[in-house]
Design a protein around this ligand. Structure first.
Ligand SMILES: [Zn+2]
Length: 272
């Protein structure tokens, strides 16, 4: 599932390629991903609109349409892909193709069809944006803020990092990696973290997300960047998906456990 680094990679690439172009039309093969009253309304609100900017908030891609025509919001959810391509042909998992004024196309692919595409006048029409916590790479996400918030939370640290109302954009891969780098056991209550641990956690949240952006994300399964290429962070993963493999730091076996319905991977020796 694409998290902040993967979505950021897509957004940066697409910004370069598609900003200033116009959506000249679209073709839909599977309308289940379109969260509009009707597919024809969705098409009407996009046709002949220019692409003013492409940005990200949390794990959502925000395509701002020109002349106050609102926003196309793309939430990739589990297996969504947004790929810029010269081809106008539907691939196996292509649900929607947006035709662009330079002759290229944007393909929305989604193997499991959990993604969401929606045109809105204002972002607040989508409840997700109203509930989103701070962006971890913005300046207002500070260690001081974490020191103030963590003691108030009656939950374990790992599910808290996954909670998008607490902090935006972190999913299962990076939550596991951040806690490993911080040497914090994912089963610890959030309120039990000491000052030095919170400082380390803050540093690693920002450090690991930035590093993952640098390597263009993690292609565990279906994630692809806007050119259809895999990210290169997988080789830098320490615990996620490495159940029973040796910890790269101490050679103990990495453990997998279920927490709040999600897999959590950690090193019982390195993480306390
Ligand atoms: Zn270890």
């Amino acid at each position: 599932m694409p998290e902040l680094p993967e979505v950021e990679t897509i957004v940066r690439d697409l910004s370069k390629k598609a900003t200033g172009l116009t959506i000249t039309g679209l073709r839909t093969r599977d309308g289940r991903v379109i969260r509009q009253k009707s597919i024809s309304q969705f098409s009407r609100r996009l046709k002949d609109r220019s692409i003013e900017s492409i940005s990200r908030r949390g794990k959502a891609i925000i395509i701002q349409l020109g002349e106050g025509h609102g926003f196309l919001v793309v939430q990739l959810m589990m297996t969504g892909q947004l790929i810029y391509s010269a081809s106008g042909t539907f691939g196996r998992d292509t649900k929607v193709i947006f035709k662009l004024s330079n002759g290229a196309c944007l393909h929305y692919n989604d193997y499991r069809t959990f993604g969401r595409l929606q045109v809105v006048r204002e972002l607040k029409e989508i409840p997700y944006f109203g509930r989103l916590g701070p962006e971890p790479l913005e300046n207002d996400f500070t260690a001081a803020w974490l020191r103030k918030e963590l003691p108030k939370r009656r939950t374990l640290i790992k599910p808290l990092l996954l909670n998008y109302t607490f902090v935006a954009g972190i999913g299962n891969i990076y939550a596991s990696e951040i806690l490993f780098a911080s040497r914090i056991d994912p089963r610890r209550p959030a309120a039990s973290l000491g000052r030095a641990e919170i400082t380390a956690l803050h540093r690693n949240i920002r450090g690991i997300l930035k590093k993952a952006i640098h390597f263009r994300g993690t292609s565990m399964n279906t994630y692809r960047d806007a050119a259809g290429e895999k990210g290169r962070f997988l080789a830098r993963i320490h615990v996620y998906g490495r159940e029973n493999e040796q910890c790269r730091s101490c050679r103990a076996r990495v453990v997998r456990e279920f927490q709040a319905g999600r897999s959590t991977f950690y090193c019982p020796h390195c993480q306390r």
